[in-house]
Design a protein around this ligand. Structure first.
Ligand SMILES: [Zn+2]
Ligand SMILES: [Zn+2]
Length: 205
């Protein structure tokens, strides 16, 4: 089961598998209380990637819920503030500025998603080095692999200004097609049907 929790910055999802609860992504800093209230307790907090709008509340939330934070090992250095993402263009400069004001709370400890045995984790690099998608039944939580436009809410690809490697990104778009999901749960915007995703890819490839 995948459920949306209202939060600022990005979509935060509650995933329940075999009675175990997981939180996927945490939004900007300041979301920890409302997520904790909605979830009460959880097995772990999983980050689809280390961008500021997804990891912003992870540290505070892990303290409240007393749970571990999981991510792909290729995201660890970014989550700990050792490495910085490169954003491009004007929108990239704006994002960097915004991030510097909001002061990310970097993580002290992160566990590898490989330890999560009851979830199917798919490495989908490109948007960032260690971006992941999570398959839950017929639903694929895909982080920023695809998103919806702010005003029209139509599905679209993530901006090149924020992507780490465009070639890898395209490869990951094709990679997820091999999995049998019906619904995509993106990091931003509404749920996307598989047909919509396939239509989107036809325009790219
Ligand atoms: Zn992102
Ligand atoms: Zn995002």
């Amino acid at each position: 089961m995948v459920e949306l929790i209202k939060a600022k910055g990005c979509n935060v999802y509650l995933v329940v598998v075999d009675g175990k609860k997981y939180v996927v992504d945490t939004g900007l800093p300041g979301n920890e209380r409302r997520i904790a209230e909605a979830v009460k307790e959880c097995e772990g907090i999983i980050l689809t990637h280390s961008h500021f709008d997804h990891m912003g509340s992870a540290r505070a939330l892990s303290k409240i819920l007393k749970s571990k934070v999981y991510a792909h090992p290729k995201e660890f250095e970014y989550l700990k503030g050792i490495k910085k993402h490169e954003y491009k263009g004007l929108i990239g400069s704006f994002a960097r500025f915004y991030e510097s004001i909001k002061k990310p709370k970097y993580l002290e400890e992160v566990e590898s998603v490989e330890e999560l045995k009851d979830l199917e984790i798919i490495h989908t690099p490109g948007h960032t080095e260690g971006s992941i998608s999570i398959l839950v039944g017929d639903s694929l939580i895909c982080g920023d692999l695809v998103r919806c436009k702010v005003f029209s809410d139509n599905p679209t690809l993530s901006s090149k200004n924020f992507n780490w490697n465009d070639e890898e990104y395209r490869r990951s778009l094709r990679k997820v097609l091999k999995f049998e999901f019906e619904k995509l749960y993106p990091g931003h915007g509404r749920v996307i049907r598989r047909e919509e995703f396939e239509d989107l890819l036809k325009k790219v490839f």
